[in-house]
Design a protein around this ligand. Structure first.
Ligand SMILES: NC(=O)c1ccc[n+]([C@@H]2O[C@H](COP(=O)([O-])OP(=O)(O)OC[C@H]3O[C@@H](n4cnc5c(N)ncnc54)[C@H](O)[C@@H]3O)[C@@H](O)[C@H]2O)c1
Length: 351
């Protein structure tokens, strides 16, 4: 029988404490994984964590990688250190789950994809949307031709902005492109295939933000609208923003030659599917197939892949393509010019 997968976590901030840690605890309780060591450069994080089984705590991520027993490393630091830590982990033969964005430059991202291909460990990059049963169900509908050929789509992902860490507003790794548009662009490219050109308008609505009890100068765009050209006259728009207080509607809508499909809720927290078919002329609502699904279920998937020896469903090449779209969207916002996209996406299977 497969042994519990030994996990090391690097970065113990918001997404670790509120997201991955509860999943790791559940996996540990069910004998599927063991949380062996956690790391944060801030020694104060050690006191914050009530950890199952009392794993070791370190402030040096290299100690996690040097632990031969650790099989799976979660890289949950801010984006600036993603590529270097993930590369180091792959070089140490670890399986790696890396939070988004995978890197801040295409060069770093390409190196990671190459390294992952020739390393014993796999690389899974968030977001893990393509694993969602709702996402998969829509993928099957599209492959079956239920709404014909998709010719247009719209995506929306926004909120009023993170209130716990200032880096979310700083140039480099901050801004809603990397934090939010990354979800919609992953969803749309997984269903529709690669983007060929991207255009964008981007801007800063609030030059200063309050984060906890600090004031932060905003240097990354906090409001962005993307125009995606998939070729063959197929287009999509994506709204992504830290300047939206609330919305209440389907966040992704796909318009085909024979109908429309709407994903209710967000793609990272789906709440069912609506479809309208030309043949019937009526709306139909399909209940959410997996209300318990978490947008961090990539961790469950990673553990399952290690235990079964099967490859992950989400390939790093997809994350690379999404990163190219996002970086070039930022460039398009700066220059006002549509930007060509060179990479492509692997064809997904919808089970
Ligand atoms: N918070 C969320 O809801 C959320 C959701 C999805 C994805 N993410 C992604 O997860 C990542 C982390 O986000 P967050 O909100 O948890 O950030 P955060 O600022 O709350 O936490 C980051 C933690 O990493 C630590 N850290 C920084 N550099 C380090 C290093 N070199 N070694 C060890 N620790 C280091 C910091 O001390 C901090 O505790 C980001 O890539 C973000 O995009 C966050």
């Amino acid at each position: 029988m497969a042994h519990p997968v030994r996990i090391g976590i690097i970065g113990c901030g918001s997404v670790m404490q509120d997201g991955y840690l509860p999943i790791a605890r559940d996996l540990q309780a069910r004998g599927l994984a063991v949380l062996r060591v956690v790391c944060d450069s801030d020694p104060g994080r050690a006191a914050l964590l009530q950890l199952p089984g009392q794993p070791a705590f370190t402030t040096d991520y290299r100690a996690v990688l040097a632990d031969d027993a650790v099989e799976l490393v979660l890289v949950l630091t801010p984006p600036a250190s993603h590529a270097s830590i993930a590369a180091d982990a792959l070089r140490h033969g670890k399986h790696v789950l890396l939070e988004k964005p995978m890197a801040l430059s295409l060069g770093e991202a390409a190196d990671l994809v190459t390294l992952a291909a020739r390393s014993p460990g796999f690389l899974i990059v968030a977001p893990h949307i393509v694993l969602s049963p709702t996402y998969q169900q829509i993928g099957r509908f599209l492959r079956q031709g239920m709404i014909g050929t998709v010719v247009a789509a719209r995506g929306l992902c926004g909120h009023s902005g993170p209130d716990w860490s200032g880096w979310y507003y700083q140039a480099g790794g901050g801004g809603p492109l990397f934090d939010l548009a990354v979800y919609n662009v992953t969803s749309l490219t997984g269903w529709l295939g690669p983007v060929r050109r991207v255009g964008a308008v981007t801007g800063i609505t609030a030059p200063e933000r309050r984060v906890g009890d600090r004031r932060v100068q905003v240097s990354a765009e906090d409001n962005a609208m993307l125009l995606l050209d998939f070729g063959d006259a197929t287009f999509a728009s994506v709204t992504s923003s830290f300047a939206i207080q609330q919305y209440r509607d389907a966040t992704i809508e796909l318009y085909g030659t024979h109908g429309t499909i709407r994903l209710q809720g967000d793609d990272w927290a789906p709440r069912g599917i609506d479809r309208w078919l030309t043949a019937t002329g009526t709306w139909e609502h399909l209940d959410e197939p997996a209300p318990e699904w978490s947008y961090l279920d990539g961790l469950r998937h990673a553990v399952s892949c290690i235990r079964s020896g099967s490859p992950p469903m989400n390939a790093p090449e997809h994350a690379y393509h999404v990163l190219e779209v996002l970086l070039k969207a930022r460039e398009a916002g700066r220059t006002g010019q549509m930007q060509p996209i060179e990479s492509t996406v692997p064809r997904l299977t919808f089970e």
